[in-house]
Design a binder for this molecule. Structure first.
Ligand SMILES: *Cc1c(COP(=O)(O)O)cnc(C)c1O
Length: 587
C-alpha cells in the first residue's frame, strides 16, 4: 500500500467519541445521489446485484475524488435475502436482517410524507463511507420503522424489492419525496439530483412544488410549474432495456396511495397518460439523461424517441475490485493508480511478466482455498478455471455453456477445465430459480468429466475472490439485454480476460485476442452463440492457456496485460464519476 497516497481507512477527522458530525457534510453544496439499492460493504445487505454495486462504487469514487455527494437510499433492514441451495439444487431464501446500529448512527430529524392519506414519518441513519484516499461521503438510509407510524408503515423500508406494486410505490414515495424533504430538514444544500434508475423519480414532483407559478402568472395551456428549473437540477441514469425493469403504476393506485401531490393534468403530462411510468417521469424532469454503455444509449434512444440519451459507460472501483496481489503490484510499479487508474495503461510495459503470473497464481490459490472451504471440492491450480457469476435470470443465459454436454466433455478431454458458478435469483423470478436447479443437474451430469462448483449466496466478497481467481470470465447474455455488465470489468483489474457475447460494455472493451475474446458477432442471430462459444473455447482460449507451457509461453500473459492496460485503465468508476461531474452535474 502506498502510504503517501492512501490514508488508513479510519476517521481521523472525527470528533472525540468517533462519530462524525453531520455538520461535516452540510456546509458545502452537494450532489444528491438517489438509489433504491446500494452495496456499502459486504456486511450490509442493502443491495441485490449490479445496480447496487454500481451505486456503491459511485460513492466510493466520489469519496476518493473528493467530489461532494450525499447518497440517499432505504435502510432495507431485512436486506435482500441470504441464499442457500438444497440437495435438489433449489434456492432456499432466508432473511438477511442487519442491525443499522452496528454500522450507522441514527439522526434526530424526522419528516412526514402522506401515504394512503395518513402521515408516514421518515427518519434516517447516517452511514459514513470512507474512501481509500482519505475522503469520505455521507449516505442517508431512510427508515420508517418509527414508533409514530402505523404497524404496516413501519415495514415500508424493510424489504428490498419485496412486496407488490402498492408496497413498491410506497417505497418509491419514501425514497423520492421523503428523501428530498429529509435532506432539506437536515440542512443539506443540494445543488443537483442524480436519479440512479427511475425508482426515485417522484423526487421531481417534490421539486416541482417548490417552483409553482403564482396563479396570476399562469398562461393558458401552460403547466403551473417551472419545469425547466427542475430539469436543470436533475439527471437520470437508465439501466436496462428490459421492459420489466421500468416501473409503471396504475393511476387509481397512485391516487389512493400518493394522493394529489401535483395536479392530475401535470402528472399525466409528465409521467404518461395511461399509467405513471417512472422512466418517463424521470426523462421529462431531467436535463441530462444517460445509458450505461454506448450500445445501451443507442437502444434507449430508440426506446424513448424524442429524448436525447447520452452514453456514460459504467466502471468499477479500482481499489475494492483489485485483489491484494495485484494491489501490491500496482502500488510498486504505478503508485498513483488508485487515484488515476489511467496509469494502468502502462502496466503492459512496466511490470514484468513473471510478476503478473505470480500475482494471478496467488489469487487463484485464494479462490481454490475458498471453494474448498465452502463446497468441499478441491480444484486443480494447474487447470484452467472458467468463472460465471451474476444474477440468475433468463436473459443472462447461465445455461448456455451447458447446452451441449457431449460437446463440452469432448472439449475437456482434449484440454481440461473447471467451472465455478454463483448467483441469486430474485425470489419471484421462477425462471431464474429453475435455471439454478438446471445448472445443478448439468453439473451432476458432468461429474468425472468437468468439475463444476456452484457457490451459494453470491455477494461482494465472493465476487472479489471469483473475478480475481478464475482464469477466464464468461458472459453470455441474450443481446441486447445486458445494458452494461460490470463483473468483467472487475476481472480486468485482476488480469482476467473475458470470453463474452458482444453486448453491453464488451462491445467497447473487446479487442479480439488482445483483451479477451468475443463469442459470435454483434450482428448474428443468438441461436449460434452456443456453438460459437464452444468453438472459441476449444480452438482459441484453451490452446492459448496451455501454450504457456509449450510453443507460446508469453501468449496468455499478453492477454492478461491487455485486459489490465486497455480495459482496467478505462472501465473504472473514477473515469465514470469524472464524466458525471463534468457533463451531468455541471451544466
Ligand atoms: C458486480 C456484481 C454484480 C453485477 O455483475 P454483472 O456482470 O453486471 O451481472 C452482481 N452481484 C454482485 C455481488 C457483484 O459484485
Amino acid at each position: 500500500m502506498n502510504e503517501l497516497n492512501r490514508q488508513d481507512a479510519t476517521n481521523e477527522a472525527s470528533p472525540p467519541g468517533g462519530l462524525p458530525l453531520l455538520d461535516d457534510f452540510t456546509h458545502e453544496p452537494r450532489v444528491a445521489y438517489f438509489t433504491m439499492e446500494i452495496a456499502l460493504r459486504n456486511e450490509i445487505p442493502t443491495y441485490s446485484g449490479g445496480l447496487g454495486v454500481l451505486a456503491g462504487d459511485t460513492v466510493r469514487s466520489a469519496a476518493d475524488l473528493v467530489l461532494p455527494l450525499v447518497a440517499v437510499s432505504l435502510v432495507s433492514r431485512a436486506g435482500y435475502f441470504c441464499q442457500a441451495i438444497d440437495a435438489q439444487g433449489r434456492q432456499v431464501e432466508q432473511a438477511a436482517t442487519w442491525e443499522p446500529h452496528d454500522w450507522a448512527q441514527p439522526l434526530d430529524a424526522k419528516i412526514a410524507v402522506s401515504i394512503e392519506g395518513r402521515a408516514v414519518w421518515i427518519g434516517a441513519w447516517l452511514y459514513v463511507l470512507d474512501g481509500y484516499l482519505g475522503g469520505r461521503q455521507p449516505v442517508l438510509l431512510l427508515d420508517t420503522d418509527l414508533d409514530e407510524n402505523h404497524a404496516d408503515d413501519r415495514e415500508i423500508t424493510h424489504y428490498l424489492y419485496g412486496g407488490d406494486d402498492t408496497y413498491r410505490l410506497k417505497q418509491e414515495i419514501v425514497l423520492g419525496i421523503g428523501g428530498v424533504r429529509l435532506l432539506q430538514a437536515l440542512g443539506f444544500k443540494i445543488r443537483h439530483h442524480h436519479m440512479n434508475e427511475g425508482h426515485s423519480a417522484l423526487l421531481g414532483l417534490e421539486l416541482l412544488r417548490r417552483y409553482e407559478y403564482p396563479p396570476e402568472d399562469l398562461r393558458p395551456g401552460e403547466l403551473p410549474y417551472d419545469v425547466p428549473r427542475v430539469r436543470e437540477q436533475c439527471n437520470f441514469t437508465t439501466h436496462t432495456p428490459v421492459e420489466a425493469g421500468h416501473d409503471r403504476f396504475a393511476y387509481p393506485l397512485v391516487q389512493r396511495v400518493l394522493g394529489t401531490i401535483v395536479d392530475a393534468a401535470t402528472l399525466k403530462h409528465l409521467a404518461g397518460e395511461d399509467s405513471l411510468n417512472m422512466t418517463r417521469l424521470a426523462l421529462n424532469l431531467s436535463e441530462y439523461v444517460n445509458g450505461v454503455a454506448k450500445r445501451h444509449a443507442e437502444i434507449s434512444n430508440t426506446m424513448f424517441p424524442g429524448y436525447r440519451v447520452h452514453a456514460v459507460t459504467n466502471g468499477v472501483h479500482p481499489f475494492i475490485w483489485t485483489s491484494e496481489p495485484f494491489r501490491t503490484l500496482y502500488d510498486r510499479y504505478l503508485p498513483s493508480w488508485c487515484h488515476e487508474p489511467e496509469q494502468l495503461v502502462r502496466a503492459d510495459c512496466c511490470i514484468p511478466d513473471a510478476a503478473f503470473r505470480e500475482a494471478h497464481a496467488q489469487a487463484k490459490r485464494t479462490l481454490i482455498e475458498r471453494v474448498r472451504a465452502r463446497s468441499g471440492v478441491s480444484l486443480d491450480p494447474q487447470t484452467a478455471i472458467l468463472g460465471f457469476a451474476r444474477r440468475m435470470t433468463a436473459y443472462k443465459r447461465p445455461d448456455l455453456l451447458f447446452s451441449d454436454l457431449e460437446r463440452l466433455k469432448a472439449i475437456a478431454r482434449q484440454r481440461p477445465f473447471q467451472v465455478v458458478l454463483a448467483g441469486k435469483a430474485h425470489p419471484r423470478d421462477d425462471g431464474g430459480k429453475r435455471l439454478i436447479e438446471e445448472l445443478h443437474a448439468r453439473a451432476r451430469a458432468l461429474e468425472g468429466s468437468v468439475p463444476v462448483v456452484y457457490l451459494p449466496d453470491y455477494d461482494m466478497e465472493i465476487a472479489q475472490a471469483l473475478v480475481a481467481g478464475v482464469d477466464v470470465w464468461l458472459n453470455t447474455p441474450l443481446r441486447p439485454f445486458e445494458a452494461s455488465g460490470t463483473s468483467g470489468m472487475k476481472a480486468a483489474f485482476n488480469g482476467v480476460p473475458s470470453l463474452s457475447v458482444l453486448d453491453g460494455w464488451w462491445i467497447e472493451g473487446c479487442i479480439e485476442g488482445v483483451t479477451g475474446w468475443a463469442i459470435g458477432h454483434a450482428a448474428d442471430a443468438d441461436d449460434g452463440d452456443a456453438r460459437a462459444l464452444y468453438d472459441k473455447l476449444e480452438q482459441v482460449v484453451l490452446p492459448l492457456y496451455y501454450a504457456e507451457k509449450q510453443d507460446d509461453p508469453a501468449g496468455w500473459v499478453r492477454v492478461m496485460k491487455g485486459a489490465i492496460s486497455k480495459n482496467a485503465s478505462y472501465f473504472n468508476s473514477h473515469r465514470m464519476m469524472r464524466r458525471y461531474a463534468a457533463e451531468a452535474y455541471i451544466r
